[in-house]
Design a binder for this molecule. Sequence first.
Ligand SMILES: [Zn+2]
Length: 632
Amino acid sequence: MRSHPFSTLLLTIALGIVAGCRDATGPGPVAVPATVPSEAHTEPPLPMDPHSHARPNEVRVFHAELDLTLDFEKRVIAGRATLHLRRIDPKASLWLDTLDLTIAKVTGEDGSARRHELGKRDELLGQPLRVDLKDGDDRVVIHYATSPEARALQWLTKEQTAGGKQPFLYTQGQAILTRSWVPLQDSPGVRMTYAARVRAPQGLRVVMSAGERGTDGAVFTFAMRDRIPPYLIALACGDLAFAPISARCGVFADPSVLAGAKQELGDMETMVQKCEQYFGAYRWGRYDVLIMPPAFPFGGMENPTLTFATPTILVGDKSQVALIAHELAHSWSGNLVTNATWRDFWLNEGFTVFLEQRIMELVFGKERAAMEIATGDAGLRKEIAELPAKDQVLHIDLTGRNPDDAMTAIAYDKGAAFLRRLEAVFGRDAMDRFLSAYFSAHAFQSITTETFLKFLDQHLLQSDPARKKKVDVHAWVFEPGLPKSMPELHPRGFAEVEAFRTAWLATGKMPADAKPGTWITHQWLHFLAGLQSDPDVLRRVDQRFGLASSPNGEIRSAFLTRALELHLFDFVSHTMDFVSQVGRRKLVLPLVKALMSHKDKSGEPHAREILVRFGPRFHFITRRSIEQLVDR
Ligand SMILES: [Zn+2]
């Protein structure tokens, strides 16, 4: 997932419908796999996951067949899930995770009822569903329906989409929300294949995170034949058209933005090839991107074979493609090798930021990569100053807490900094050999931090004890703060920004050699971060550069945050305008935080107004984060 890199405001430009592409899909109809994959019988025991009620070391789900109908009027998904089971303890019941599901009945394969019970509801984890199995049961069928408030689902009206013609539905499972639309063992250690048959209202297209997509009459069919963690089962449905980019890459989007999306994402195939050159084969078949409606709470979500991406990357100049590099990198780190529990989340995100930075260097050069790294590091240092010590460690303790609490710069940027340190000490060639070996040894597995550290020691550290000592792995993984060895980068592009800022503020004139018109997003963020806390200076900046209404959402959010922190409430109307169009948590939350930061509470009414006016349009994840700030 990327809650982090840049974006711009949603472009409301209508680029015309490419009718010819609308029906160009991937492969044709699929047969649902009926046989049990043989690997299902060779899995080792899983570590305890405090965020799941499942007991996968007794009975484990390894394949799910979904048969679902999407009801946009009732805002409900209803149908059945047939779960294929591996019974490790033949006497044990099956334990599943559910959240606000209505269970109509549970049967064996023959249709006869199985005794079951929903346990007590926990606000965070939901309700356990216990199913008592009969001898010989290797499948059960759960007949169920979701709640209109299901946390993973966002039902959008047609007015909330880019084209405005059809409603839209999408799922967001990470971290522990898949249980609100499928009864499963919702722990990232429990990997499974899945197949699905989905019915939707006429005129809408359904897509899922599955390499095989087809139709059977009016029913959409899918098969994911590689084992994935439950949080990667994903579905979207709406007025979607498709445009191919290469034989294995393409883009799904609202017809009104399809042409622009195809143009913006034209380098996808090159990126996949660069990744393969360094990290090993791309093992998922297709790689497509789905451009989401603006309410999507994240930058991107790495659903396998089908990245969900914020429309704020469509800016016309490819300046936001780092986000695609990030989601693509997850095809190796996160999707191929997955965190076994959420306390190991840094294995997903730290590796992915590290790979993303490498891809950006390979495609756009060292200088751009250096600015991306320096921006990440600056954010990391700022966040460390605010986080309690226990949350500054990579191997964070999340017992009794929401796993979303681990989605900080620690997992992302401290994780990446640790891997850069390993590369600096052992050299790029050794690091690349290690990465390739790591991905191939753990492909399609979920692993813990402990497993990673053991592999690291055996395959890299032990090769050179002096270098091993220099890295100090323990400090990086288990201690708060940042080791002193972490270098501070000073990219040339930032030095240019600093020289410009000093001269312009002192004289009011633009230095002859300055070219702010060519700056990339990171340079603007660096420019803003270094301004003194002076309302007059901020007003001058906006008068000259118009940042309060910048089409680049990253820059606009950073400027408005600064203004609101300085009590410049005449920028509140710009802020309302912005949040009415963007639901991305990373861009909305700092604004609310700035409004809530004043001792005199003068910003609070505006923060509340954001929650009341726009809260219902945000995804649960964005809304909950705002509520936590406002309802303290
Ligand atoms: Zn990510």
